[in-house]
Ligand binder design. Structure first.
Ligand code: NAP
Length: 279
């Protein structure tokens, strides 16, 4: 019987996950289908119960359900618990178990370009769901320091205080981070500032950027945000959010099927849809 997979969110029409996963199912000749499901917040509990009843094989969870789904599942893994968010659910013998592949997806993309994080000084801009996923993943992978800068500094402080690893982490305002920017080897922009349709904005000034830094923006629409454009003009290496998106999907696919998919194929597929080239 055909296996059913889905992504739950609201809105959901923009999601490129169905395109990416259905292409993989057909490429690997798997009898499966991945469907976008628009689920309102007030219907999430009913939706999860219904999906479990019909024996869904697995699903992704996106905005605004990544945290609120947790009490509706049968269990979550340790990283998802630390992050406080689930983006991938696997039906394991009738039990719905939640995982978070956003942080590991970001890390997998980084490792293509920076083989070791040992000794690196990292700045994360933002303290929302994506920042939490990236923070809790990075602190386990050897950097010397991971600072968090956010418009609402209290949220950055709460995040670094939740960390149980012995790593140096400071919570900074956007202004403070801008002044100290030259200290960082890696900068990760995780706010929605610069995302389509308001594309001419950036969260902080890059005037103090170290030209040897690698600058990430996890936005992928547009493929080159104002933040990345300014970083490129300063001579830094830049990376957009495509790799994080593709690898989070690849890790979810592997959890569902046991197959480690062709990430290059997934990337080309997504880029074709976005009408751009990789950066
Ligand atoms: P979220 O939980 O709502 O967090 C939003 C963050 O943006 C918070 O830190 C918030 O600061 C900050 N922010 C919002 N408006 C701001 C403004 N006007 N000025 C300064 N800071 C502002 O959202 P999220 O789920 O983390 O997603 C954030 C972005 O990441 C989105 O663009 C999303 O598309 C992208 N994303 C990409 C991937 C990928 O695979 N590439 C995966 C997940 C998310 P406050 O705390 O002060 O409100």
């Amino acid at each position: 019987m055909k296996k059913l997979f889905a992504v739950l969110g609201d809105p959901i029409g923009h999601s490129m996950s169905p395109l990416m996963h259905n292409d993989l199912f057909s490429f690997y000749k798997m009898d499966a289908h991945y469907h976008p499901l628009q689920v309102k917040a007030e219907s999430l509990e009913d939706a999860v119960r219904g999906l479990k009843a019909i024996g869904i094989a697995g699903f992704n969870v996106t905005v605004p359900h990544k945290s609120t789904i947790i009490p509706l599942l049968d269990g979550i893994d340790e990283l998802a618990g630390e992050i406080g968010a689930v983006n991938t659910v696997v039906n394991e013998n009738g039990k719905l178990i939640g995982y978070n592949t956003d942080g590991p997806g970001f890390l997998a993309g980084v490792k293509d370009y920076i083989p070791s994080l040992t000794g690196k000084k990292v700045l994360i801009i933002g303290a929302g769901g994506a920042a939490r996923a990236i923070y809790f993943t990075l602190v386990k992978n050897g950097p010397q320091r991971v600072d968090v800068s956010n418009r609402t500094v209290e949220k950055a402080l709460k995040l670094v205080n939740e960390c149980t690893k012995s790593i140096s982490s400071n919570a900074l305002s956007l202004d403070q981070a801008g002044k100290r920017l030259e200290e960082y080897d890696i900068i990760v922009q995780t706010t929605m500032i610069g995302m389509y349709p308001i594309i001419n904005e950036q969260p902080l000034s890059l005037s103090n950027l170290n030209e040897n830094a690698v600058v990430y923006d996890i936005i992928y629409n547009p493929l080159e945000t104002e933040f990345l454009l300014k970083a490129k003009q300063k001579g830094a290496k830049i990376k957009n959010g495509i790799d994080m998106f593709v690898y989070q999907g690849a890790l979810a696919f592997e959890k569902w099927t046991g197959v480690s998919p062709d990430v290059g194929r997934m990337r080309q597929n997504v880029l074709k849809q976005l009408g751009g080239t990789r950066c």
